[in-house]
Design a protein around this ligand. Sequence first.
Ligand SMILES: Cc1cc2nc3c(=O)[nH]c(=O)nc-3n(C[C@H](O)[C@H](O)[C@H](O)COP(=O)(O)OP(=O)(O)OC[C@H]3O[C@@H](n4cnc5c(N)ncnc54)[C@H](O)[C@@H]3O)c2cc1C
Length: 552
Amino acid sequence: MPDASSSPSPPPDKDQLDVAIVGGGLAGLYAIHRLRGLGLKVRAYEAGSGVGGTWFWNRYPGARCDVESLEYSYSFDDQLQQDWKWPERYGTQPEILKYINHVADRFDLRRDVQLDTRIKKATFDGKDNRWTIVTDKGETISARYCVMAAGNLSTPRVPDFKGLSDFKGKWYHTGLWPHEGVDFSGLRVGVIGTGSSGVQMIPIIAQQAKHLTVFQRTANFSLPARNMPMTVEKESKHKAEYPARRAAAMETPFAIGGHAKPTRSALEVDKAERDAAYESKWQEGGSISYLYAYTDLLVNKASNDTASEFVRNKIRSTVKDQRTAELLAPKDHPIGTKRLCLDTNYYETYNRPNVSLVDVRSDAIDHVTASGVKLKSGASFELDALVFATGFDAMTGALNEIDVKTSDGAVLRDHWEGGPLTYLGMMVSGFPNMFIVTGPGSPGVKTQMIASIEQHVDWIADAIDHLQKHQLDRIEPAAEAESNWVTHVNQVADSTLYPLANSWYMGANIPGKPRVFMPYVGGFDRYKKHCDAIAAKGYEGFSLTRRAPVRA
Ligand SMILES: Cc1cc2nc3c(=O)[nH]c(=O)nc-3n(C[C@H](O)[C@H](O)[C@H](O)COP(=O)(O)OP(=O)(O)OC[C@H]3O[C@@H](n4cnc5c(N)ncnc54)[C@H](O)[C@@H]3O)c2cc1C
């Protein structure tokens, strides 16, 4: 059979777009709305059978956001944020998905979303400055611009364990959870992975399973979420102040408002005062509040040690078995340098008689057997179900799965072979007219992501509008601007404690992935000002050109 992707047929008129958008999550949907507002013909292509992205795929028990829902929501329409009611402090996955579907209907976005369609190939042709995009069904689409809204955490990673295909029970990945749910009642369940998803699901699976065995390679810090029902007072106060709160969030490093900026170093106060501050943040719940206790928790190791040790002591006083407590207490990275988890009764769960923790750092998993898991030492565990909470090929996975090329012979995978290179995390030199929403080199994953998504999409829409208004049809960053930005991103990271952790920010969870620190950690506030300044200077660092005249 001929390979439809290798011989694109001339696109029919209906597939002549101004903008093709890859992904139908929060970013793809907002991009439709914003770009359509410029009068452009746009369409988003989504691999899933519904919109929502992260919140469509991650249906594991306990899945919920860990930024408060009054913040973790779109800000672009005041009536929307006034009308929507969040029943709890942190929305559950079903609530967030319901919200996203509401937005899709309310702004009539579905008519420009094509579901069940995976983009396999995108090729830029420098002769006419257009992208040709090929779907998994062999359709071809021609678009002036391509907006990659394919997600940072959308390529689930199932570890390559020997013997997995022999396993007689069922196995699951948190990021590909069955829509009908899973009933673990009476089963012996193994969970592999203790990052954010593992920490959310373990207490809930423990309540159902006959026995739960948690296989932990790296202990992660987790703080209490202190989830609670939304009160009328909190909701009305927040909604009355919404515009001011959203504006204030823009002036913060994590794009999250409502927290007083710290003014002192952790080392400027004595231990008793420090511990009282940490205790108050611990009781308040939430990660930003804790990391905002002092100015220098993410830049000064000695300061961070005080915050890390406070949490380790909380773990020691919560978990009764001291061997288990020590295994759960992270010692290989400063708190906050890996994604900080939020939980409800995570550490308490290890006091249950039906839960055990296995340290696979000292005794690694050798292979999966027909009936469970065997470690290198020969120890084995009989299991009826296995859950991989092993995360994603973060930040570059989704783009590297697409065959992105240009007619000049540039190949994105090759350009990124040693780690991702971008200008502002939004564009790549040599790949004109391709924008990335919250790509590597942007602060996206270190922020309240919907704020970053809106900021990126607004900037992209303004850039496209600028091109249209000036009869220009091609934009690309200069190689020098890209390389200076990558250097800056690394310099900023090196001035913090982030590089001390083997995190997915570094690609450390994917064997063979280049170890490069990917997010910009200089703060959302600084980044946004920088992006605005670049646009104000006529897109400094970019080359904006008009199409070469077509020869007869
Ligand atoms: C479990 C979990 C909890 C999270 N909690 C928070 C939180 O509390 N706060 C926060 O700020 N962020 C959180 N995040 C990050 C979250 O990913 C973002 O907040 C946000 O949902 C990202 O939206 P997006 O549209 O950019 O990407 P996604 O939601 O990942 O959507 C991208 C979409 O693109 C599709 N796609 C990818 N490649 C292709 C292709 N080739 N062709 C067609 N379609 C494609 C995918 O199927 C996916 O639906 C969480 C992430 C996870 C996984």
